[in-house]
Design a protein around this ligand. Structure first.
Ligand code: GH3
Ligand code: MG
Ligand code: MG
Ligand code: MG
Length: 330
């Protein structure tokens, strides 16, 4: 079965002629006897093409055309008009109809050719649109992990800062860097390392909230943008992330390893007045976490907070340093 065509026509003999002809060409044919019924069937079947008469009771073809085109649908429309309706037909083209045909239909092959042509044009347009969408998707994704890439992060941060300035809300960025990742590659091989990075992206994704956005920042570095959270929630989320990574056994082709990560966080606008400063703050916090022994989280918080999370050491307020058991890859 080929495409779906809805024919809207109040003259029964024309309706029968057209539906028989198009059905014999293997199109899926739907019919309606007036505009109102036509619009209902358009909504029900979302046809690829509508062939509609203009003059009909209850609702005319122009109203049908308007209805279809204001819905931003991909449905094409061909108009059938009487001899005296030339001006109306031209109006219909302006409203977005593909073509019009005068009744009585003298050369039915011409109409058939128009049907084939408009459906081909539509199919090409849809394919192009889907390709453009795919390309856009590819351009913002990282090929190894499938996460958003560095380039997309830059535009998201710009947007986020813009929004923060306009509406006065905070957001948080968390930089995550795998500890001693060079050793993982050296010990288990680069392919194993690739697998760990991919899996790490998945692990982080499952632990984050659906509104958090995760990016691959660089080689073995990730970054999360989080909205709508306060500082105690940061502690909770970071704890959860750290724990799930620490507990996970990364397995690939018969080999198995555990890893840890270090994290650095910063709030916007706390202490940062632009994107570069914000990234620098998170980067410095991350550096501090590395210097402090790795497998830990550091953050540039303005105010001191003191939060204890269940099953872990209390977090220290100054600089928000959290000591965690060092769990070196094995
Ligand atoms: P640190 O704890 O200080 O972060 O140590 P590190 O070894 O993780 O850091 P370093 O910057 O010295 O090395 C990063 C390593 O990450 C080296 C590099 O080969 C590896 N890496 C970066 N991108 C990829 C990747 O796409 N696949 C694999 N397998 N390894 C990668
Ligand atoms: Mg009519
Ligand atoms: Mg690094
Ligand atoms: Mg590293």
């Amino acid at each position: 079965m080929k495409e779906t065509i809805l024919i809207i026509e109040d003259e029964e003999d024309i309706l029968a002629l057209l539906s028989g002809l198009l059905a014999s060409e293997n199109y899926r044919v739907i019919t309606a006897g007036n505009g109102r019924e036509g619009v209902e069937k358009f909504q029900e079947y979302t046809p690829d093409l509508i062939i509609t008469d203009v003059r009909m009771p209850i609702m005319d073809g122009i109203e049908v055309l308007r209805e279809v085109k204001t819905k931003e649908s991909d449905t094409e429309v061909i108009i059938l008009t009487g001899h005296s309706d030339e001006a109306t037909a031209i109006d219909c083209l302006r409203l977005g109809a593909y073509d019009y045909f005068r009744k009585p239909l003298e050369d039915i092959d011409v109409l058939l050719t128009a049907v084939e042509r408009v459906l081909e044009k539509r199919s090409l347009e849809l394919k192009n649109r889907s390709l453009v969408k795919q390309l856009k998707e590819l351009s913002i994704k990282d090929s190894l992990t499938g996460l958003y890439n560095y380039r997309y992060l830059q535009s998201c941060l710009d947007e986020e800062i813009d929004r923060s300035r306009r509406y006065g809300h905070n957001f948080f960025i968390l930089m995550i860097d795998a500890d001693h990742f060079k050793d993982i590659n050296d010990t288990y091989g680069h392919l194993f390392g690739d697998h760990v990075l991919k899996k790490l992206g998945e692990l982080l994704t499952t632990q984050l909230r659906s509104t958090d956005r995760l990016f691959r920042y660089g080689g073995e570095e990730f970054l999360v943008i989080m909205n709508e959270l306060d500082k105690s929630e940061v502690v909770m989320i970071v704890d959860r992330l750290m724990e799930s990574i620490r507990d996970h056994k990364f397995r690939y082709e018969g080999q198995e390893a555990k890893i840890t990560v270090s994290m650095g966080g910063a709030f916007f606008p706390d202490g940062a007045c632009n994107k570069l400063e914000l990234i620098k703050m998170a980067d410095q916090a991350l550096y501090k976490a590395k210097q402090g022994g790795r497998n830990r989280f550091e953050c540039c918080f303005d105010e001191a907070i003191d939060v204890a999370t269940p099953g872990s050491e209390p977090l220290q307020s100054a600089g928000m340093q959290k000591d965690t058991k060092q769990d070196l890859p094995n």
